[in-house]
Design a protein around this ligand. Structure first.
Ligand code: SF4
Length: 473
C-alpha cells in the first residue's frame, strides 16, 4: 500500500512514539520571530537550557516592525516593539542563530523569507511560532505552527511531541476562470469544508488546477489551510518546486543538488497512497470570492448576496446575525457597492513578487479613489528590491498607493498600521476576525490582491473583472 507525503515525512522524522501515543518528531527547520520567541528564550534561561541546533534555526522580525520608512529608525517609537526586537537580537547573538534583521537586506515576513531563501525544502519538518507556518507546505514540507512553550521545546531539543494527523486529499481539477486566483481557491475550499472542517487533518492539495499553479500561488493556498482548521497543508513537490528552489541562497548545489532532487521526488505521495478522506472540486465552479463575515469561512462569490439569516440553517443563524451586525451589512443584499476606507495588499498570504506583478499590470495608469487609504506592503526586503528593479513601486505610487517597507503591517494590529474605528478594509491577508486589524470595531473583507486593487480604484467592493476589463469565462 502506498504512502502519502505526510506519512513518509512523518515516519522519516519520528524519534520514538511516546507513552501517550504522540510522536516525538525531529524538526528540520525552526523559524522564529520577535513575538513568540522572547518568552521561549526566557523560559530556557530560567531552566538553564541552550539551543540544540542553532544552524537549523533562523530568525526575522516581522509582526511589530513599522512599515513607514521614517518609523523604522531605532529605537522604535513603540517601547514594546523595541524591547521585543532587542531581546530577539540578543538571543540570536548569544546562541549563534542567523538573524535576518531590518538592515540585513533579507528581512521580511517569516513565511516569505523561508521559501525565498531556499531554507524551506521538500520532505522537511518545519515549525514556527505562528499559525501560518502551513505556508511552507507549498514546497512539499510538513510545516505547522506551534505555541510559545513548544518554541522552547524545539529550541532546546529540536524535537516536538505531536499527535499524528489524518490526511485529506483535496483535488481541484480543471482550469480556473479569468480573475480567479489561488486566494479564491482557498477561500472557496474553506467555505465548502468550514473553518473547523480540517481539524485533525493535514490537507494535501492536488489536481490539475493546483499542479498548474506557480510556487507562490501554492504558498497562498497552503498559507490558509490553518483557516480551514488543518494544521498542515501541502502540495507534492514537482518540477515547479525544483525550478523555484534552484540557486536560492540555502538550496543545495552541485552533486548535493542532484541528490536532493532525487530525495525530494521520492517523498511525493505514491500514486496508490491511501487517504482518510478525498474531496474533489471543479475549478470552474470557483468564483472571485470574498468574505462577508468575521471568519474566513463566511465567504461568497462577488456576484452573490450576503446570506440572509432566515435562509441559513437554524444552527448557523446566531453566528450569521452576529457577523452581519459587526460587519454592518444587510442579509440578502449584494456586498458589491459597500464603501471601503482602507485597502491592504500584503501579508504572508499575498505579498510576493508575483502578487505585486499581477496587481501592477492592472492598476497601471489608474487612480485610487478619493478618500481611500491604499497600502502595498512587500513581504520581504528581497521582494521589495525585485519589485523596485521592475519599476512596480512607480506604478503603485503613481496610482496613489502607498509603497511601504516589509512587515506584517495591517494583517495584525501589532504595529502602527491599524484600522481606526469601524473602517472597512479590503484586504489580501488571511484573517477577518473581529478587531484583527487593530481597531475593536474594524471590519476586514478578505479577497485576492487583484480584487483589493479593484476596490481601491472604485472605492467600493466590486468585481475586478469589470474594473479591469478582464474577460469573464
Ligand atoms: S502576515 Fe499576518 S498571518 Fe502572516 S505572519 Fe504576519 S501577522 Fe501572521
Amino acid at each position: 500500500m502506498g504512502k502519502s507525503l505526510f506519512q513518509k515525512v512523518w515516519d522519516a522524522h519520528t524519534v520514538r512514539t511516546l507513552p501517550d501515543g504522540r510522536t516525538q518528531l525531529f524538526i528540520g527547520l525552526h523559524l522564529i520571530h520577535e513575538v513568540t520567541s522572547p518568552q521561549a528564550f526566557g523560559m530556557m534561561r530560567d531552566l538553564g537550557l541552550g539551543v540544540a541546533y542553532p544552524e537549523r534555526t533562523f530568525a526575522t522580525v516581522d509582526h511589530i516592525i513599522p512599515t513607514a520608512k521614517d518609523a523604522r529608525l531605532r529605537p522604535f517609537r513603540d517601547n514594546l516593539a523595541e524591547q521585543m526586537t532587542v531581546e530577539l537580537t540578543e538571543s540570536c547573538k548569544k546562541f549563534g542563530i542567523r538573524f535576518f534583521h531590518e538592515n540585513s537586506g533579507n528581512q521580511g515576513i517569516v513565511h516569505v523569507v523561508g521559501p525565498e531563501q531556499g531554507l524551506t525544502q521538500p520532505g522537511m519538518t518545519i515549525c514556527c511560532g505562528d499559525s501560518h507556518t502551513s505556508t511552507h507546505g507549498a514546497l512539499g514540507a510538513v510545516a505547522f505552527g506551534i505555541g510559545t512553550s513548544q518554541v522552547r521545546d524545539v529550541l532546546s531539543t529540536q524535537t516536538l511531541a505531536m499527535a499524528p494527523l489524518k490526511v485529506r486529499r483535496i483535488e481541484v481539477n480543471g482550469t480556473l476562470g479569468v480573475g480567479v486566483y489561488a486566494k479564491d481557491v482557498i477561500l472557496h475550499i474553506i467555505r465548502k469544508l468550514g473553518v473547523n472542517g480540517g481539524t485533525g487533518f493535514a490537507y494535501e492539495f492536488a489536481g490539475s488546477a493546483i499542479e498548474a499553479m506557480s510556487m507562490e500561488e501554492r504558498m497562498t493556498l497552503c498559507n490558509m489551510s490553518i483557516e480551514g482548521g488543518a494544521r498542515v497543508g501541502y502540495v507534492n513537490p514537482d518540477e515547479t518546486t525544483f525550478t523555484y528552489l534552484q540557486a536560492r541562497p540555502y538550496a543545495p548545489t552541485g552533486a548535493d543538488w542532484e541528490r536532493a532532487v532525487a530525495y525530494w521526488r521520492s517523498v511525493a505521495s505514491d500514486p496508490d497512497a491511501v487517504y482518510d478522506d478525498v474531496v474533489r472540486i471543479d475549478a470552474r465552479e470557483i468564483p472571485p470570492s470574498l468574505t462577508w463575515g468575521v471568519n474566513p469561512g463566511q465567504v461568497i462569490g462577488i456576484d452573490e448576496p450576503v446570506p440572509a439569516p432566515e435562509a441559513v440553517p437554524e444552527s448557523e443563524r446566531a453566528n450569521v446575525v452576529d457577523a452581519l451586525k459587526y460587519m454592518k451589512l444587510e442579509g440578502g443584499k449584494p456586498i458589491k457597492g459597500q464603501k471601503v476606507n482602507v485597502t491592504f495588499i500584503g501579508s504572508c498570504t499575498n505579498s510576493r513578487l508575483s502578487d505585486l506583478r499581477e496587481v501592477a499590470q492592472h492598476v497601471r495608469g489608474k487612480r485610487v479613489a478619493e478618500g481611500v487609504k491604499a497600502l502595498v506592503v512587500p513581504g520581504s526586503q528581497r521582494v521589495k528590491e525585485a519589485a523596485e528593479s521592475e519599476g512596480l513601486h512607480d506604478v503603485f505610487t503613481q496610482a496613489g498607493f502607498e509603497w511601504r517597507e516589509p512587515g506584517c503591517s495591517m494583517c495584525l494590529g501589532m504595529n502602527p498600521d491599524k484600522l481606526v474605528g469601524d473602517q472597512l478594509c479590503a484586504s489580501s491577508s488571511n484573517r477577518n476576525f473581529k478587531g484583527r486589524m487593530g481597531s475593536p470595531e474594524g471590519r476586514t473583507v478578505l479577497m485576492s490582491p487583484v480584487m483589493v486593487a479593484a476596490a481601491a480604484i472604485r472605492g467600493e467592493l466590486c468585481d475586478a473583472r469589470e474594473v479591469f476589463s478582464l474577460e469573464r469565462s
